[in-house]
Design a binder for this molecule. Structure first.
Ligand SMILES: Cc1cc2nc3c(=O)[nH]c(=O)nc-3n(C[C@H](O)[C@H](O)[C@H](O)COP(=O)(O)O)c2cc1C
Length: 357
C-alpha cells in the first residue's frame, strides 16, 4: 500500500516520496530575472521533498508580471537554474520548472524595456500589484493578442521547456490557474475573442491544449504536467461554468500521455476539484491546498492521489519530510517576508536539528 513516504513515478519523473513542494513565487531573483545564490541555498535546503516544483518562471519577457521573478529566456537564466537544479540533484532530489506567463496580471514597471502586457482580450484586471519603483499600482491594461501572434506565444512555452531541460530540470509544469494567461484564455470573463481561440468552449480551451502539446513536443508528454483550480477567483478571474470548462479541457488533454495534473481544491468554491480531475483526467494527480499530515496520508493511502503538495509548510520548514516522519512540531510561517528581498524569512527557517541545538 502506498504511503506519503513511499516512492512514486509520475510519467518519467521519479519521486522519492509523495510530499511535494508546491510552487511559490518568492521574489528573490535578480533584476533581469536571473536566479541568485540565495535561491540555490533555498532550494537545496528543501531537496528532501519527493519533488520540488519551482516558483512560477516567465517563458518570455512579455510573460513577466511581478518584480524580481525569475525567467527561462536567456543563457544567463539557464546557467542560474543549472546551479539550482544541480544542488537539488546532488542532495538526491527531483525538480520541475513551473512555466507561468502572467498575461494581464502585470505591471509595465516590472518588465524589461520594450516588453508588452498581452492577453486574450483587452480587458484590464481589477486590482493592484507591487512594483519596486512605485509600490502598489493598478494592473497595466493589456493589449489583445492578434490571431497571427498566438503561435509565437505558444512557441515561447516550447522554447522555455527546451531551456528548462538544458538546465537539467526533470520536467516542466504549465501554470493553468490563478488568473494567468492560460486561465485567461479558458475563462469567459477574460476571453471575448471571436477567432478560433475564443467564441466557444472549444475555442477557449484551444490555447492551453496547444501549449501543452508544444511543451510535449520537446521531449515527450511524460515530462510535462499542469496545474489547475477550477472556480478559482484569484486575480479577478471569472468563468460562467468552470465545471464545464475544466471537464472539457481535461477531456482534451487526457490522452496526451502527460505526467500529471496538479489540482488545487478551494474551500470557498462549491466544486469538488479533486473528484472532477480524477473523473475527467485520471489517477496521476498531485493534490494541494491546506492539507495537514493526517489528511494527506489518508488521500495517498486510499490511492485517490499519487502525491500531495505543500506550499506554506515547506516555506517555513526546509526539513518538512523529516518533521512529518517524526511527528515533530512545525515552524510558523512569517507572511511579512514572503516576497521581500534578502535572506530573512527565506533561507533562515531552522531545521529540527538546529532548533534543538
Ligand atoms: C508565497 C507564496 C507564493 C506562491 N506562488 C505561487 C506560484 O508561483 N505558482 C503557483 O502555482 N502557486 C503559487 N502559490 C500557491 C501555492 O502553491 C499553494 O497552492 C497555496 O499556498 C496553498 O497550498 P498550502 O495550503 O500548502 O500553502 C503561492 C503561495 C504562496 C504562499
Amino acid at each position: 500500500m502506498p504511503s506519503l513516504f513511499s516512492e512514486a513515478q509520475l510519467g518519467r519523473i521519479p519521486l522519492r516520496n509523495r510530499i511535494v513542494m508546491a510552487p511559490m513565487t518568492r521574489s528573490r531573483a535578480g533584476r533581469q530575472g536571473e536566479p541568485t545564490d540565495l535561491m540555490v541555498e533555498y532550494y537545496r535546503q528543501r531537496a528532501s521533498a519527493g519533488l520540488i516544483i519551482s516558483e512560477g518562471i516567465y517563458p518570455s519577457e512579455n510573460g513577466k508580471g511581478y518584480c524580481r521573478t525569475p525567467g527561462l529566456v536567456s543563457a544567463d537564466h539557464v546557467a542560474g537554474w543549472r546551479r539550482i537544479v544541480d544542488a537539488v540533484h546532488n542532495a538526491g532530489g527531483t525538480m520541475v520548472a513551473q512555466l507561468m506567463h502572467c498575461g494581464r496580471i502585470a505591471h509595465c514597471d516590472n518588465k524589461a524595456a520594450g516588453a508588452e502586457t498581452v492577453a486574450p482580450s483587452a480587458i484590464p484586471a481589477r486590482g493592484e500589484m507591487f512594483t519596486d519603483t512605485a509600490g502598489m499600482q493598478p494592473f497595466s491594461p493589456p493589449r489583445a493578442l492578434l490571431t497571427e501572434e498566438i503561435p509565437e506565444v505558444i512557441h515561447e512555452f516550447a522554447r522555455a521547456t527546451e531551456l528548462a531541460y538544458d538546465a537539467g530540470f526533470d520536467g516542466v509544469e504549465l501554470h493553468c490557474t490563478s488568473g494567468y494567461l492560460p486561465a485567461q484564455f479558458l475563462s469567459t470573463g477574460t476571453n471575448e475573442r471571436k477567432d478560433e481561440y475564443g467564441g466557444s468552449l472549444a475555442g477557449r480551451i484551444r490555447f492551453p491544449v496547444e501549449v501543452l502539446q508544444a511543451m510535449s513536443s520537446i521531449d515527450g508528454a511524460d515530462r510535462v504536467g499542469f496545474r489547475i483550480c477550477p472556480g478559482n477567483p484569484f486575480n479577478d478571474l471569472t468563468d460562467a461554468d468552470p465545471k464545464e470548462t475544466f471537464a472539457s479541457f481535461l477531456g482534451a488533454v487526457r490522452d496526451l500521455g502527460l505526467a500529471y495534473c496538479h489540482v488545487i481544491r478551494r474551500h470557498d468554491v462549491a466544486l469538488d476539484n479533486v473528484a472532477l480531475a480524477r473523473e475527467a483526467f485520471g489517477d496521476a494527480l498531485i493534490v494541494n491546498d491546506s492539507y495537514a499530515f493526517a489528511e494527506a496520508s489518508e488521500i495517498v493511502d486510499k490511492a485517490e492521489a499519487v502525491a500531495v503538495s505543500f506550499a506554506r509548510a515547506f516555506l517555513a520548514n526546509p526539513d518538512l519530510v523529516e518533521r512529518f516522519e517524526k511527528g515533530a512540531e512545525l515552524n510558523r510561517l512569517n507572511p511579512k517576508t514572503m516576497y521581500t528581498e534578502g535572506p530573512e524569512g527565506y533561507v533562515d527557517y531552522p531545521t529540527l536539528e538546529e532548533t534543538r541545538g
